[in-house]
Design a protein around this ligand. Sequence first.
Ligand code: PMP
Length: 395
Amino acid sequence: MNIRDSFYRHIAQTSPAPLGIEIIKAEGVWLYGSEGERILDLISGIGVSNVGHRHPKVLEAIHNQLNKYLHTLVYGEMILSPQVQLAERLAQALPKNLSVSYFVNSGSEAIEVSLKLAKKFTGRKKLISMENAYHGSTHGALSITGSSWLKEGYGPLLPETSYLRFNNFSDLEKINSDTAAVITEGIQGEAGVVTPKINYLTALQDRCKETGTVFILDEIQSGFGRTGKLFALENYNIIPDIIVLAKGMGGGMPIGAAVTRPEIASVITHDPVLGHITTFGGHPVCCASSLACLDIISTNGFLETIQAKGNWIKANLVHARILERRGIGLWWAIKLSSSTEVLQVLTTSLRRGVLSDWFLFADDCIRISPPLTISQEELSFGIHVLLDSIDELKS
Ligand code: PMP
């Protein structure tokens, strides 16, 4: 059986029409297919390859760690240098109280940890999230996802969850002394890059402080340079009680983290001990890769290039059929008049060598979130292919 037939037979498919491109190599911003395709990656798979595919510094860090050790025992028992160094670097890069990391393998898992920490720390049960928020696909993370269609057929999910309208100040009154945690993305990704109104996140933070509620910030998609800052919280002057990281964190390797204050982290140490366990979370090779990724993004001048490229997109991605452009840094949503138009543009662009996507809760928008290392020339190519594909829309 050839690999294509085997794929359809043995890999669980998440949609009736998979892309079905057989990838044989990926380098920088380019994906290479078995039929000679060379495809510009405008989505970074998704929000992961912030430093590009196979960045040499990431590969070097992985190789160095491979020569020392792979898995031993990961969670907070043995002293593993790549883990400790990474936790230290995150503590230096984040606001000063966020100094303790719990490492996991993915975004959803990091969300699970953050919810458990908040419940145990406050002794409360109620969880509040935002309409149109995406936090992951495990039972807990799905429970706080702010859209019903992804949940159909998977209930019952967690009880005592409710939703606020993102950017609605009066809804903040619903946070009260029964609320264990409020969780939000700083910028709503899957809603189609919805940025917060001025002072909205500080008002949310203040309301959490007033009510003794744990404020969890999901930076799984916004972190590691995507918005032109290492973390999106730097754009809004906020300090959450827990920040949740994953995706771009690993430089292409699977890793996530919940980073919090010592007194919150310590609730998993006692009564019962082993309050959260992970066999592979914070794998030494992934931590080594993540350290290299942090080095690259922290290089002098790197973050400034992101802002400049974002501004270039805003200035150049102009077309009469585009209804709205929302974005920050190298993270943009381009709104057309329907999901049908978006699908047409995505299909035409892919034929011309540019991979883009829609958003889970904004299927009338095209996603632009390339590797942050994309050159001006590569970016121009991608944007012009999108514009040409929009030109070709049937009227
Ligand atoms: N939170 C946000 C904001 C995300 O974008 C995602 C993934 N799209 C997740 C959580 C879940 O991460 P993962 O797929 O690694 O479980």
